[in-house]
Write a protein that binds this ligand. Structure first.
Ligand code: ZN
Length: 493
């Protein structure tokens, strides 16, 4: 436990302060030197670094993220040889104890050379290596993987059912293995200043998190979601949102997915997709007549509501359902919103839980499939100006679990040399930080603190993407930084 943080500068050009921490809370805050703080190993000298509240990622799929981040991305390869070279440099850049090394994203349709087992054997011979194609309908194996997965013929490339069989076998990692990957993913999140996540993994999450806490997981606060197929079970077990279940893990909202997504052209929209042959307006996956009763039942049982809505028609219907319910909640994504619906978020107490990096990934797709409508796509500025509460997340593994990427995307609306994507929808760094935190640096608040070398309010919005973090504390306990390294060394000495 850290007893005090000395000489830390609040953001925005304020004088340095000292913070006294007690029982996971900021007990006192005063100008640097004004409090009598004895030196000790449990005191962090911030040395003039900047202090901000711990960051939250409000929308994560933690198990999928923990798995996908171990996969090597070979999506840029324009030949089999290039794919092999990407794997080689990825393996050189990291140490992995994985029994099977997995990469993903290759597109071999136009390659000049042939993906064969021997090309991969030259990269990795002593362990199985599996590359999954971008469309997931093919896998490419080295010789060790062919042995491991019982593929006794062919040149290492499998398609369709044979490929699916290998992919399914990859997904069968044990709970202990996945928990270890989650532990690593959480440590890396803490290294980015994260103190909490909302885990919307699409499964019965209670048992996973109870098991992880029992085996020592303590890097993050976690609120896990419940899906409609598990609502009866959750109610029977007397779960409700906010209920602590173990450690810093508590029950999150009921998550309901009401439409599809932009990339698959299934986000449910008021206008048809160009050239659509079926589902011209996208797909509504929960009919309005079912949505409100489902929300009412969950609300009556004490659940908060997180309603996935991407298209403008889905957003309108979700808002309609909240209006009939007479109680607010969250809309996840809110990617396309009609102007007339904007004020309804604030009026109904509905928080917009948005993922700014999706706008960077999908700006071209949005121009193509929502032509003439992208001025109201990812409308962060309009939402905040309408009075809505906006919170940021990654939807990892869709985007990396790194709030600085979300903050940068929300404020710069570009991540490269391109013009900002509808720069008029950018929000300020102060707004993005407020949307990524749940506490303040003030007495009585959780001692969830991040120390950084530079004031993010003074930084170029694009540079925020790779913001260095020096220390992270969660409930007064270091989860990243020199203090963690020291603890680790002491434990292993
Ligand atoms: Zn999601």
């Amino acid at each position: 436990m850290i007893r005090a943080v000395r000489n830390a500068r609040p953001l925005g050009g304020h004088d340095p302060v000292d913070l006294v921490l007690r029982d996971g809370i900021i007990a006192a805050i005063a100008p640097a030197g004004a409090l009598d703080i004895a030196a000790g190993a449990d005191v962090i000298d911030a040395d003039g670094r900047f202090v901000l509240p711990g960051l939250w990622d409000e929308h994560v799929h933690m198990t999928q993220w923990a798995q996908s981040r171990r996969r090597i991305d070979v999506g840029e390869a324009e030949s089999a040889a290039e794919a092999a070279a990407i794997v080689r440099s990825a393996l050189a850049a990291r140490t992995t104890s994985d029994e099977v090394v997995v990469g993903a994203g290759f597109r071999d349709g136009l390659w000049p050379d042939t993906p064969t087992a021997s090309v991969l054997d030259a990269v990795l011979a002593d362990r199985p290596l599996v590359l999954i194609s971008a469309d997931v309908h093919a896998v490419w194996l080295n010789s060790a993987a062919m042995v491991r997965f019982g593929v006794d013929s062919g040149d290492g490339l499998l398609r369709e059912e044979a490929a699916f069989a290998v992919t399914r076998a990859l997904d069968s990692a044990s709970d202990a293995t996945i928990d270890e990957w989650v532990r690593e993913a959480a440590a890396d999140a803490a290294a980015r200043g994260v103190v909490g996540i909302v885990d919307l993994e699409m499964r019965w999450n209670l048992d996973d998190w109870l098991r992880r806490v029992a085996s020592g997981f303590d890097a993050l606060r976690v609120e896990f979601g419940v899906y409609p197929q598990h609502l009866d079970r959750a109610i029977a077990q007397r779960l409700r949102s906010g209920l602590p279940v173990a450690g810093e893990v508590s029950v999150g909202p009921l998550k309901v997915i009401t439409d599809g997504s932009l990339n698959t052209r299934t986000a449910y929209c008021c206008d048809p997709y160009p050239d659509a042959t079926e589902h011209a307006y996208g797909l509504l996956t929960v009919p309005p007549c079912d949505l409100q009763p489902l929300m009412a039942r969950a609300h009556a049982a004490g659940f908060g509501l997180a309603i996935h809505a991407i298209g403008d028609a889905a957003n309108r219907l979700a808002l309609d359902a909240f209006a009939r319910l007479g109680h607010g909640g969250r809309i996840e994504h809110a990617q396309l919103v009609r102007r007339s619906d904007l004020p309804r978020f604030a009026a109904l107490g509905v928080t917009a839980s948005v993922q700014p990096e999706h706008a960077m990934d999908d700006r071209d797709v949005a121009e193509r499939y929502w032509p003439g409508r992208t001025h109201r796509a990812f409308p962060l500025r309009d939402l905040i100006d309408s009075g809505a509460r906006v919170i940021l997340g990654s939807d990892a593994p869709v985007a990396p679990l790194d709030p600085w990427i979300a903050i940068s995307a929300a404020t710069a609306r570009t991540r490269d040399e391109r013009e900002p994507f509808h720069g008029e929808q950018a929000i300020t760094v102060a707004e993005a930080l407020a949307s990524s935190t749940r506490t303040r640096v003030a007495a009585g608040e959780h001692a969830d603190l991040v120390l950084v070398d530079t004031d993010p309010l003074d930084m170029d919005a694009r540079a925020l993407r790779s913001m260095p973090v020096a220390h992270t504390l969660m409930a007064g306990r270091p989860t990243f930084g020199p203090a963690v390294a020291a603890q680790h060394n002491a434990a292993t000495a």
